[in-house]
Design a protein around this ligand. Sequence first.
Ligand SMILES: [Zn+2]
Length: 327
Amino acid sequence: MRAIYLTEGGLEIREVEEPKPGYGEVVIKVNYALTDGTDLKTFLRGHPILKRGPFGHEYSGTVYELGEGVEGFQVGDEVFGVNTAPCFKCSSCMRGKFNLCENLKKNMVIGAYAEYLLIPAQVVKINLFKKPPELPFHVAPIIEPLSCVFHALEKVPLEDVENVLILGSGSISAMFSLVLSELGKEVLITGRSEEKMRTISENTKVKWVKFESLKGAFDLVIDTTANSNVAGMGLKFVNKGGYMLMFAGFREGEEIKIEQPRIHYSEIQILTSFHHTPQSVRKAYTFLLKNYRSLEFLISGFYTLENINKAFENMAKGLGFKYAITP
Ligand SMILES: [Zn+2]
């Protein structure tokens, strides 16, 4: 089969063997894999967890082959899901920190930019779903980043929050915008791309502002940019008693400067969130089924495996939100 590999020299299309499902595993024929900010970061500068090799982790497809012992799926089922599942046995899982499972890497879907994709047994059991017919194949993979958004919001005491500032003009910013507006919060976004902020605003009804014109104080500021300067400046806009949520992960070793008295005397809480849990995946599933039409604008274009570099070049230039890659 054809598959995309991330190498030191960039993305390469390779002819490799089709995956074979082991016990409890499923192989799907990929319909779409979506690009995202994590893939872009890995592509541009490497990632602390994701290494070079098979690439892509947001997927939808059709069940092609079942391993022994698989329950609940049949060949031909249309499916979508997320990229990992917790083991429920390690020390993190025992503390209920399923997003921090020590065995995430062993139960990880990787290599979605390919014709066929192996879904590990634990993901089949916990985080793979039959796709309702109305949910389009190219929108379904959004369940993964959306699960991260729902996990992040579990970290914030939302009852304390009336207004929110979101730093960044990408797809994660758009997802936070939609979810938080639905929760009745007043949302403002600010980011690099005016065009993308305008698109988000037209599609989600939230307001946007240029960073230079930003003023006021916000009960919650969310950084989706992974830029330490932007995140640092965002801190200045957190209201007394408010929260700063660092959603995006910086580059390995990168630090942020914090004016301690500013956060101490205003009792500002800095929160972080990473990845998703089975609970947040289920929240995302429900939200996606209800709101997939409002999320479809995040698919900015379609490319084949052969043309995947164009999708990443666009993203590196800040053009578009997510691209759907089809084998
Ligand atoms: Zn675990």
